[in-house]
Each structure stands twice: as structure tokens, then as C-alpha cells.
Design a protein around this ligand. Structure first.
Ligand code: ADP
Ligand code: MG
Length: 309
């Protein structure tokens, strides 16, 4: 894997009239990353995605893709990216095949390459059998699959998708998630927006959390849970608890029935807890550890964004 910053967003701010939709957002996306931009409705996800996709201008700050400024070198940037915006970029009156050939044609590919890619990508989204049917006859999920296949026509290094699974049935959503995982495994950089936490955990290696236009967190899932949430170690004991056993050790302890729940942040704290348990003569029934609940982390981070407003 090449560790290049393939997308650099520096101090990006965007206003719609007086409304501040993005506020000083900076992030770096490396080649091969699978980044989720997560946030509730109105957080600024689509705004950020449209700017990175070269579809929206009139902002402050800079965005570079593969070292090219997206405003100065828009043409070069568009060769590198495949765009799946929130609305379908397809002609309803054309068939799936005609759409692929039309949009692929914008990149002046030789006919052989054009046809070969149209076939390969329609097959990869399982729409090959439907290639001669007009897009207007398709279900929402089928349209989205063609819409994604269309974004691959220029064989981009980076694929940018705004809520690719929104409004899809479970089966179509799964097909799209699998396709994205597969292309990421083949080395493509994938950036997508979502408001669904489980999608982040299922797919992404990094997450950028937006709220009210602020970037409230950015990093690997591991980093985020390490830095922000409390981890817990829960031990269940056979015998009655001696109330003061852990009290004098300034540990964060809760007693719930036969369970003792230790909250800790650092591995040093965890070592101390384990030592104390080992010395305590308690007979243990079970031990459970939790690395922090991502749901709770998300809500906590969103609160942080609200404070800034
Ligand atoms: P998200 O995709 O996270 O739901 P958006 O980027 O679409 O958020 O929107 C962020 C905020 O900017 C919202 O409050 C939205 O109402 C506002 N907004 C988006 N587009 C426009 C526009 N063209 N004109 C005015 N306000 C807009
Ligand atoms: Mg949106």
C-alpha cells in the first residue's frame, strides 16, 4: 500500500447565505483508506462530499486530490475520482448500457475499453441482465446499482459516495456494501457518507464525525475509542463483595449485584485492576471486557459539536 495523502482538506468552510454549513474542516485521507463521514441529518456531509467531488464551489479553504488543487486542476482531479452524488446521475430515458456508454464516453476512452468496462461494471453490480432496459423502469435499488457502476467508468483511484445505501432494501444495501469492500480490498480509496453507525463499523477503517458543520472527531475507529470512551472490565464473583475492597485504591468502581464494574482508560489502570483482583481472594465466575460502545462515543462526540455552536 502507498501511504500518500490522496485527499487533503485544509480549513474548509462553506456558507449558504448566512448559514454556516461547514466550519474549518481539515482532514487527510490516505491512499487505500476506507473513510466514513458520519453525522446526523444537516451535519454538512453532502456539502463536504459535493465540494470534494468538484460539484460545489464558493467555499473557503483548499482541497487537494492526488496533489492537484480541485479548483485549479479540476480536469485532472475528475480523472482520479468516481462520483456517486445523493441524486442519481443517470438518464431515465436511456437503458443501463446506454448510460454507461454515454458517461464513459465523456472520458474519451477507446471504444473497446469503453465497452469492456461497461460490461465489467454492470456485471459487478449484478445489472448485466437488465442492461437493455430503460433506467426509468428500474426500482430504486437497481438505479443506485447502475449509478454506482457508472461512477467506475473512468477507472478512478478514489470513489466518493454520498449515502450510497440510503433508502435501499436490505439486499441491495448488502450488495453495495460488499462491492465497496471488494474494491477497497483491491486498493481503491473509498469515501462515503452515512448516518448509520453500524455501516461505519462494518466497512470503514477511518471515520470523520461531522456535526453542525464541525469536524468533531477524525481517526481510526480504534484510535477514537481509545482516546474518548471509557473502557470497562466487569468481573462477576461467587461470594459476597467486601464493600471496601477496592474503595481505597482510587479506582472507578461500581458494584452491581454480584458484579464489579471497573472503568478505566489506560493500560496501566487495567494492570492495577488485574493485580488487585489477583490479590483479592475473590472467586470469579466470569470476566468481561468492553472497549467502549461506539454508539455512546458517537453521541458524546455529537454533544461536543453542539457545545461549539
Ligand atoms: P447532510 O448531508 O449532513 O444532511 P447537508 O450538507 O446537506 O447535510 O446540509 C448541511 C446544512 O446546510 C443543512 O442545514 C442544510 O439545510 C443546509 N443546506 C444544504 N444545502 C443548502 C443550500 N443549497 N442552500 C441553503 N442551505 C443549504
Ligand atoms: Mg446529505
Amino acid at each position: 500500500m502507498i501511504f500518500l495523502n490522496c485527499i487533503e482538506v485544509k480549513g474548509l468552510s462553506k456558507k449558504y447565505g448566512n448559514f454556516q454549513a461547514l466550519q474549518d474542516v481539515s482532514l487527510e485521507i490516505k491512499s487505500g483508506d476506507f473513510l466514513a463521514i458520519l453525522g446526523p441529518n444537516g451535519a454538512g456531509k453532502s456539502t463536504l462530499m459535493k465540494i470534494i467531488s468538484t460539484l460545489l464551489k464558493g467555499y473557503n479553504g483548499r482541497v487537494e486530490i492526488c496533489g492537484y488543487d480541485i479548483e485549479k486542476d479540476t480536469k485532472k482531479v475528475r480523472e482520479k475520482i468516481g462520483i456517486v452524488p445523493e441524486n442519481f446521475l443517470l438518464y431515465d430515458k436511456l437503458s443501463a448500457w446506454e448510460n454507461m456508454v454515454f458517461f464513459g464516453g465523456l472520458y474519451h476512452l477507446p471504444r473497446k475499453v469503453l465497452f469492456e468496462r461497461a460490461e465489467r461494471f454492470l456485471k459487478s453490480v449484478e445489472m448485466w441482465d437488465w442492461r437493455d432496459k430503460k433506467v426509468k423502469t428500474f426500482s430504486f435499488g437497481m438505479k443506485q446499482r447502475v449509478n454506482i457502476a457508472r461512477a467506475f467508468m473512468n477507472d478512478p483511484d478514489i470513489i466518493l459516495l454520498d449515502e450510497p445505501t440510503a433508502s435501499l432494501d436490505v439486499k441491495s444495501a448488502l450488495a453495495i456494501k460488499n462491492l465497496l469492500k471488494e474494491i477497497n480490498a483491491r486498493g481503491k480509496t473509498v469515501v462515503f457518507t452515512t448516518h448509520i453507525l453500524t455501516e461505519v463499523e462494518e466497512m470503514a477503517n477511518k471515520v470523520a464525525i461531522l456535526n453542525f458543520g464541525y469536524l468533531v472527531a477524525f481517526g481510526t475507529l480504534e484510535d477514537l475509542s481509545k482516546n474518548i470512551t471509557d473502557k470497562t472490565l466487569t468481573v462477576e464473583v461467587e461470594d459476597h463483595l467486601q464493600d471496601d475492597l477496592f474503595a481505597q485504591n482510587d479506582l472507578r468502581v461500581q458494584k452491581i449485584g454480584q458484579k464489579i464494574v471497573f472503568n478505566y482508560t489506560t493500560t496501566q489502570e487495567l494492570d492495577r485492576i488485574i493485580n488487585l483482583i489477583a490479590q483479592s481472594n475473590l472467586s470469579l465466575k466470569s470476566i468481561n471486557s468492553s472497549n467502549g460502545d461506539f454508539n455512546r462515543l458517537f453521541l458524546k462526540l455529537i454533544d461536543k459539536g453542539r457545545d461549539k455552536n
